[in-house]
Each structure stands twice: as structure tokens, then as C-alpha cells.
Design a binder for this molecule. Structure first.
Ligand SMILES: Nc1ncnc2c1ncn2[C@@H]1O[C@H](COP(=O)(O)OP(=O)(O)OP(=O)(O)O)[C@@H](O)[C@H]1O
Ligand SMILES: [Mg+2]
Length: 230
């Protein structure tokens, strides 16, 4: 469960301050699938960073599963994120010099899955489902962008997080892989009651979501159910 209460965010650039977000109230419950759309620069990535606790909002509160994350110390926030959240960043942030499988296994370990065999089984099964079974032992620096993107998705989902925050996770995938990735995310929502917040520019995907948040200059402009066939 994600609760946002009176959040605003401003960036300071030189002497100027830019208001990027203004969200009076937003609640996203378990099992909800929310698409976030809006023009470039409207604050979509900032919103994801704020929900993840990577950026603290200028004002207001973000409450994750009942915990006010602004009241936590940095290491407690890191722990909450590693255990409960799956993050897919616009810049994928994979660790070069390690294989696809190693990248996914690291996330599984940080998430608190104690059993090594369980971690290996979850990671290999997921990489297999994402079509990377013959690429999992390759250094991520040698993978194509679409392959890297799927490794980032496996890393975010390996511990079956209760909240998935995905910032344009399908941006450079072909239509087959787009479907594979979206199906994997939706399966987690369906089977585990996870909450999905998914930033996208791709309007063909919107029918898969229960809500669409449209950000415009300065904040949430609208919050609605998608129109069928849109
Ligand atoms: N660290 C920062 N310092 C100053 N301004 C920033 C910073 N990060 C983002 N901004 C500004 O805040 C606004 C929102 O940026 P953000 O990255 O959240 O947009 P976005 O909706 O994700 O865009 P895109 O679709 O291009 O990814 C932009 O005007 C951007 O220039
Ligand atoms: Mg962005």
C-alpha cells in the first residue's frame, strides 16, 4: 500500500526553484495496477524516486505499508526498499563486470532470502521466463539494451516484492518482449496482490491498468480508469 499525503517537490537550479510535483492525496492499494503518463519533464521519474524513498519530498509524507518513510533513517529506508519493493529505473543501474545471473542473485540476497538454493532457483526461473536462459552467464556489459532491461526486471522481481515501481520498463523492447515483461509484472500483481506503478509513454499498454495517472506541469492532473480500447 502506497499513501501520499500533501506531497510537493521542488528542485533548485541556481537561484530558481522549479515546482515538479504537487499531490494532495494519492492512495494505491494492493492489487492495483497504475500507469503514470505525462510529457517528458512532467515529474514521472521524480514521483517514482519519491515513492521509493530515494528522494525525500520537499513537503508532505509518503507512507509505505503503514510506515512513514520520511521518519526512517537512510539505512532503514534502504532495507525497506530492498525487502518490499522492486525498482526498475529508467537508467537501469546494473552492475557491470557481473553476469546477468549474478546481478539478480545480489538483489535476492539483499532482499533477505536466506537460502542460497532458493535464491538460485528463483533467479534462474525468472531469467528463463524472460527469455534470457542462454544469456544469464554473460557479463551485463555485453548484453543488448533490451536484454539489460529484462535483467533489470528480473532483479526487481526476484524476491516477489509487494510494491513494484517501474520507470518505462518496456521502452526499448520489441513487441514480443514487451508482452513477456508486462505479463510477468501482471502475474505478480495477480498472484501476490502486489501494487504496480508503471511509467510509460506507450498508450497501447494502458488497457492493462486499473488506473491512469496523468502528470502535467506541477503535479497530478488527472486520475482515472482507462477507457476500454484506448
Ligand atoms: N536533480 C535534478 N535537479 C534539478 N532539476 C531536476 C532534477 N531531476 C529532474 N529535474 C527536473 O524536474 C523535472 C521533472 O523531471 P523528471 O525526470 O521527473 O521527468 P519525467 O516526467 O520522468 O521525464 P521523462 O519522460 O523525460 O523521463 C524536469 O524539468 C527536470 O529537468
Ligand atoms: Mg523519467
Amino acid at each position: 500500500m502506497i499513501e501520499i499525503v500533501e506531497v510537493t517537490h521542488t528542485y533548485r537550479v541556481g537561484k530558481e526553484t522549479i515546482r515538479v510535483l504537487e499531490i494532495p492525496s494519492l492512495v494505491v492499494g494492493p492489487g492495483e495496477r497504475v500507469a503514470v503518463v505525462g510529457p517528458s519533464g512532467s515529474g514521472k521519474s521524480t514521483l517514482i524516486q519519491i515513492i521509493a524513498g530515494l528522494t525525500l519530498p520537499t513537503t508532505g509524507r509518503v507512507i509505505i505499508d503503514g510506515v512513514d518513510i520520511g521518519a526512517l533513517g537512510e539505512s532503514q529506508r534502504d532495507r525497506l526498499r530492498a525487502r518490499r519493493m522492486g525498482l526498475i529505473f529508467q537508467a537501469l543501474n546494473l552492475l557491470g563486470g557481473f553476469t546477468a545471473l549474478e546481478n539478480v542473485l545480489m538483489a535476492a540476497k539483499w532482499s533477505g532470502i536466506k537460502n542460497k538454493f532458493e535464491r538460485l532457483q528463483a533467479a534462474t526461473a525468472l531469467l528463463h521466463r524472460l527469455g534470457l536462459n542462454d544469456r544469464m552467464h554473460v557479463d551485463v556489459r555485453r548484453l543488448s539494451h533490451g536484454e539489460k532491461q529484462r535483467v533489470a526486471i528480473a532483479r526487481a522481481l526476484v524476491h516477489q516484492p509487494s510494491i513494484v515501481l517501474a520507470d518505462e520498463p518496456t521502452a526499448s523492447l520489441d513487441s514480443v518482449n514487451k508482452t513477456v515483461v508486462l505479463d510477468e509484472l501482471l502475474a505478480l500483481v495477480r498472484e501476490k496482490g502486489a501494487t504496480l506503478v508503471f511509467v510509460t509513454h506507450d498508450t497501447t499498454l494502458l488497457s492493462a491498468f486499473t488506473r491512469v495517472l496523468t502528470l502535467g506541469p506541477g503535479g497530478v492532473v488527472s486520475d482515472r480508469s482507462p477507457v476500454p480500447g484506448e
